[in-house]
Write a protein that binds this ligand. Structure first.
Ligand code: URA
Length: 181
C-alpha cells in the first residue's frame, strides 16, 4: 500500500502519539543533496516541531558549515522516529518499526546524494549497520539512492569532546562525496 506523507503530521501508528506534543516530520528543501537522520525529537523539538533545534543541533550545524560548507537551510533534517519518546529514551523496536515506512518514504522522495546518519539508532535503521559506531563511522555505503555515511550523534560529541574531531573527519568524507562529479 502506498504511504501518503501528507498523513504523517496526524500519525497514530504507535504509542508515542499519546505523549507527543508535535509530530516532528523534518525540515529543509525537497531538493537537498544532503539529508541528515537523527534518532528522535527531544523536548525542544517536541515543543518547536522542528528537528535538532536544541544544543546538539547547534553543534551539528556549526560542524557541517565548517567541514561540509553547507548551511542548515541547504540540508533536509529528520529522525528515525518523528515523535518524542518520553524522557528521551531510545525509541523501542515497535516504535522504530511503526515509523520506518515514513522514513523510507521520505528518503525515496528526497533521493539525496548523501544521507548522513547521526548515532547508532539511525545507522541501524538507514544503513542496516550491525557493528558498533567505532567500526562503521566515516565509511561510505551504497544505498538505493545515493551514498550513506554514519557518524556519532552530536549529543555524544557534547558529552565527550574528543569525538568532535572524529565527527569532523566523517564530515570531510561527506564533503568529498558531495564534491565528486
Ligand atoms: N536528537 C535527535 O536525535 N534528534 C533531534 O531532532 C534532536 C535531538
Amino acid at each position: 500500500m502506498e504511504i501518503d506523507l501528507a498523513e504523517l503530521p496526524a500519525c497514530t501508528r504507535c504509542g508515542l502519539a499519546a505523549t507527543r506534543q508535535r509530530v516532528v516530520v523534518g525540515s529543509g528543501p525537497a531538493t537537498a543533496e544532503l539529508v541528515l537522520v537523527g534518532e528522535a525529537p527531544g523536548r525542544e523539538e517536541d515543543e518547536g516541531g522542528e528537528p535538532f533545534i536544541g544544543r546538539s543541533g547547534r553543534l551539528l550545524f556549526r560542524l557541517i558549515e565548517e567541514e561540509v560548507g553547507r548551511t542548515r537551510a541547504q540540508c533536509y533534517v529528520t529522525n528515525t522516529v518523528k515523535c518524542r519518546p518520553p524522557g528521551n529514551r531510545v525509541p523501542a523496536r515497535d516504535e522504530l518499526a511503526a515509523c520506518r515506512p515514513w522514513l523510507l518514504a521520505q528518503l525515496a522522495s528526497l533521493a539525496p546524494r548523501v544521507t548522513l546518519t547521526l548515532g547508532l539508532t539511525a545507522a541501524r535503521e538507514v544503513l542496516g549497520a550491525t557493528l558498533p559506531m567505532g567500526r562503521i563511522h566515516g565509511r561510505p555505503r551504497h544505498l538505493t539512492t545515493g551514498t550513506g555515511v554514519a557518524t556519532y550523534h552530536p549529543a555524544a560529541a557534547l558529552r565527550d569532546p574528543s569525538l568532535v574531531e572524529v565527527v569532523r573527519a566523517d564530515l570531510r568524507v561527506v564533503r568529498s562525496l558531495l564534491e565528486a562529479a
